[in-house]
Design a protein around this ligand. Structure first.
Ligand SMILES: Cc1cc2nc3c(=O)[nH]c(=O)nc-3n(C[C@H](O)[C@H](O)[C@H](O)COP(=O)(O)OP(=O)(O)OC[C@H]3O[C@@H](n4cnc5c(N)ncnc54)[C@H](O)[C@@H]3O)c2cc1C
Length: 468
């Protein structure tokens, strides 16, 4: 090699090492990525991100986003099509989004319950219960270190009338073979020494999971199968066509198809701006409960609970007895003007939300104030007006796949999405047809500034979130 060539190469590599942090900082700010650390990611401290994409390449499928949706799509797609080239591009690190920031509840059903009729009701439950079983099978098959529990969750009713109608609903569902149980207030007290509970619906086929460990734990499995994963690689532009060009700060990928696995961040890519809005849900985790505190809370054989209010509160208990709590008030669910996907600064910029949340938890578990809080974070949910997720394929060339808008139910649904998108790709999607989220229309949201003004006015006046 001539001295000139060596000099040029050295300069190029210096430039690359300079531009990488600058490029990723610029795009982190553009994407508004939250810097707070969740309990879940703090349990994956050894995780080292893959390098960013630096050279142009090509693929059969580019997956944008490395949460449950992106990783489950990479998993199921690469299993079905081992010969196809799959590239996964993640703006920051796998599980940076809601998949590493949620409340940990692994639930059945969709976010919106409705009068679906007997057959569809039974199908929806079966789909999500099998989805949870698939998550658990994958963990076992690949021997993943994922903290999880599977001892059921409850929806707690804070009003006698609502508790009674929930009881009737459980009887109906049991007649369809769905194994839910109704707990009256004394049985509820035996499971969880909670205040204000008139009754609860118990679903034994549910639990709690550390989503960051699942998503990050699957990375070696995907790499082994030949999936190429680039972290710190935000997609900044998509040019559609029969071949799609996906642009990132330093390089581009030519691909036959893409998957939008970006949930609450999707509108930043210019897609579904009128369908989906990001909502910021706040969560905190406590230190492990002492044996005395566990006795006080009487939290027995139960992974978690949520309440029946519109500004839903949700709580779960980790295998090492930490409480994880989120939601419960207008302050703890925020919409930021123009689809912002993170608070400017850290969640410390929303301290009122956390104070309010401690009050809400103490309202249910009065001694909870004494338990130290160790982690506070926020995460971005993708919300639709009718609370149904959106899954399908779009574009002139029918090569833009998407699965978004799980409205707080994405731990299970985001993991099922990988199977659904793979089946749509394979034109083998019979079993998903007729599902309320499957290739359906959506209710359009108003544009800004009406969206922001409407959201603020509605939530302040009613204490609930807009929905149709
Ligand atoms: C606070 C909170 C609590 C929740 N609690 C629960 C719960 O208890 N139970 C439940 O079922 N659901 C819950 N959810 C919802 C659930 O976590 C989500 O629905 C699910 O994680 C969505 O997964 P995803 O992979 O689609 O999206 P995400 O996990 O958000 O992943 C999207 C990824 O895309 C990346 N990205 C964004 N833009 C780009 C770009 N331009 N280029 C490349 N990459 C990009 C992001 O960095 C992110 O990693 C909660 C959500 C939040 C925020």
């Amino acid at each position: 090699m001539t001295p000139l060539t060596t000099q040029l190469l050295l300069t190029a590599s210096r430039l690359a090492s300079l531009t990488t942090p600058i490029a990723s900082r610029i795009f982190r700010e553009k994407l508004e990525i939250d810097d707070s650390q969740s309990l879940w990611t703090s349990e994956t401290l050894d995780y080292q991100p893959m390098p960013m994409l630096r050279e142009n390449t090509s693929a059969d499928l580019v997956i944008i986003g490395g949460g449950f949706t992106g990783v489950s799509t990479a998993y199921h797609f690469s299993q079905r099509y081992p010969e196809k080239r799959v590239v996964l591009l993640e703006a920051r690190t796998l599980a940076n989004g809601a998949s590493g920031r949620n409340g940990g509840l692994m639930l059945n059903w969709l976010a919106m319950s409705g009068d679906y009729g007997d057959e569809l009701t039974a199908r929806i439950y079966k789909m999500t219960a099998e989805g949870i079983q698939t998550i658990r099978d994958i963990i076992t098959r690949h021997n993943l270190a994922v903290n999880q529990r599977f001892d059921g969750t409850i929806t707690m009713y804070t009003d006698a009338e609502r508790a009674e109608s929930a009881h009737a609903e459980v009887e109906y569902r049991r007649s369809l073979g769905i194994p839910e149980e109704y707990f009256d207030s004394s049985e509820l007290k035996r499971r969880l020494n909670v205040q204000h509970g008139y009754g609860a619906v118990y679903d034994p086929n549910t639990g709690q999971i550390n989503g960051a460990q699942l998503v990050r734990g699957l990375r070696p499995v995907l790499l082994e199968r030949g999936v190429e994963i680039f972290e710190g690689t935000p997609v900044i532009k998509i040019e559609e066509g029969s071949t799609i060009t996906v642009k990132t700060p330093l390089a581009e990928v030519k691909t036959k198809a893409i998957v939008l696995a970006t949930n609450g961040y999707t509108s930043k890519l210019g897609y579904f701006r009128d369908a989906l809005f990001p909502l910021h849900s706040h969560v905190f985790a406590t230190a492990p409960l002492t044996p005395e505190q566990r006795e006080q809370f009487g939290w027995n054989r139960l992974a978690g609970f949520s309440d029946d209010l519109d500004r839903i509160s949700y709580a779960s208990l980790t295998p090492d007895h930490r409480m994880v709590f989120g939601g419960g008030s207008n302050q703890s669910y925020a919409y930021l003007f123009n689809n912002r996907t993170a608070y400017p600064g850290s969640p410390g910029s929303a301290p009122r939300a956390f104070v309010k949340m401690q009050e809400t938890l103490a309202n249910y578990l009065p001694n909870s104030r004494a338990v130290p809080i160790t982690h506070r974070w926020t995460g971005t949910l993708g919300i639709t007006l009718d609370r149904h997720a959106l899954m399908g394929v779009r574009g002139e060339h029918q090569n833009v796949y998407y699965a978004i808008g799980y409205c707080g139910h994405g731990v299970t649904l985001g993991n099922v999405a990988g199977q659904i998108l793979t089946d749509i790709y394979a034109r083998d999607d019979e079993r998903w047809r007729g599902m309320p989220f499957y290739r359906t229309q959506y209710h359009a949201l108003p544009p800004e500034p009406f969206r922001w003004i409407g959201y603020q006015a509605f939530t302040r006046l009613t204490g609930s979130s807009p929905r149709v």
